[in-house]
Design a protein around this ligand. Structure first.
Ligand SMILES: [Zn+2]
Length: 386
């Protein structure tokens, strides 16, 4: 079975797993006959016919005669009605809220971004509602065709209620995102952890496309983890898996915004690097580190190397437990990979059980910035298939 089908199968919001599975299979393999689809999905044709009916009735897929190939009966083939509907994907970050409008195949039609500075819930949700409105206005006719909004936000998210339980990086506790946003936009809203939305997009469209087991680690203001294991998004009990930034690495280490000490994020997140380099921001620290051979420059380079070493040790923990086929390093922190790489290689190489092998499985993913929001749009599409 195609990878996309398997992932869809396990997305929690989908009530009829066959429906999302068949939809994803059509999307990735069209045009297909019913017989092709039954074979790909390992389902009997009557199940395929029964499952397709609501998708055809509601206009998600079409079935029409294909151009005849030689003699014989003309074949009827199934295609996704890509342009018929659209979805909105949003990523809420501490410094930016980015959004995309996609077609039914999750292809980006429009994108926009709003700068923010660690916004409170009210400010963030107002900005999201405005961004959604602006994206829908940007493409005529999309308001009538929009099937929903997917939102990715950092921290512990409870998808069934659309609530962000706790986001240390945003300082949010129990923020209901789905209800007010749904009311403001008049559309159903699905909410997930943002790195999980990135993992979904990597699996369907990105560097994870060829792998069944992979980890996406994001560097930046926070340090996140999304896991796909055996072709399934693994978000753990109550969605709590993947709090990689809060693995405890240094007893009595620096204070973390989660309330504990010595977490990876407190040692190697953007703030930690800026502080160690004595600079106001990680971007300023990177500029300094690359600017020459003085004492301050060397100290800035040491800050990145030290953070890289902690990140490498953290990656070794992932590798020792899961040994995924790929560890993708992504997120805005990748912009300073040239400064982090030596430390990461040292930490991972020396602490992983098979250090050299672990290093071979590490990939730097200069992911397109739309990918997070695009993954969120996928979640909205999958949910709408319900
Ligand atoms: Zn922490």
């Amino acid at each position: 079975m195609e990878a996309a089908g398997r992932l869809a199968f396990h997305l929690p919001a989908v009530k009829d797993p066959h429906r999302a599975e068949l939809f994803s299979l059509v999307l990735r393999n069209e045009p297909l006959t019913r017989a092709d689809l039954a074979e790909l999905a390992s389902l009997d044709q009557s199940t395929v016919t029964r499952t397709l009916k609501p998708l055809i009735d509601s206009g998600y897929v079409t079935e029409s005669p294909a151009a005849p190939a030689g003699r014989g009966r003309p074949r009827r083939v199934i295609r996704v009605a890509v342009e018929k509907l659209c979805a909105v994907g949003i990523k809420i970050g501490p410094h930016a809220i980015s959004g995309v409008l996609t077609d039914l195949g999750a292809k980006v039609i429009a994108r926009q971004e709003t700068a923010v500075d660690r916004p409170g819930p009210e400010e963030a949700l107002a900005a999201v509602a405005e961004l959604v409105g602006s994206l829908l206005d940007a493409v005529p006719g999309s308001r009538e065709r929009a099937l929903g909004i997917g939102v990715g936000v950092s921290g512990h998210v409870d998808p069934p209620t659309g609530t962000c339980r706790f986001s240390p990086i945003l300082g949010w506790h129990d923020v209901d995102i789905a209800t007010p946003l749904g009311r403001a936009a008049g559309l159903p809203v699905s909410v997930h952890n943002d790195v999980n939305t990135l993992a979904v997009a990597e699996y369907l469209f990105g560097a994870g496309r060829e792998a069944e087991d992979f980890a996406v680690v994001t560097l930046g203001p926070g340090i996140g983890l999304g896991l796909v294991i055996g072709g399934r998004l693994h978000d753990g009990a109550e969605g709590l898996a993947g709090e990689f930034g809060h693995i405890p690495l240094l007893p009595e280490g620096p204070q973390c915004h989660c309330g504990r000490r010595g977490c990876l994020e407190a040692l190697a997140g953007d703030d930690a690097i800026a502080r160690a380099a004595g600079m106001p921001s990680v971007a300023a620290a990177a500029d300094l580190a690359r600017s020459g051979e003085g004492t301050a420059q060397r100290s800035a380079r040491r800050a990145f190397r030290g953070a890289g070493e902690w990140i490498g040790r953290g990656l070794a923990v992932i590798d020792n437990i899961l040994a995924p086929e790929l560890i993708l390093l992504s997120g805005e922190g990748i912009a300073a990979y040239d400064l982090l790489s030596e430390g990461i290689a040292s930490g991972l190489g020396s602490c992983a059980f098979e250090g050299a092998r672990a290093l071979e499985r590490l990939r730097i993913d200069s992911a397109d910035v739309n990918l997070w929001a695009r993954g969120a749009a996928c979640l909205a599409i999958q949910r709408s298939l319900g």
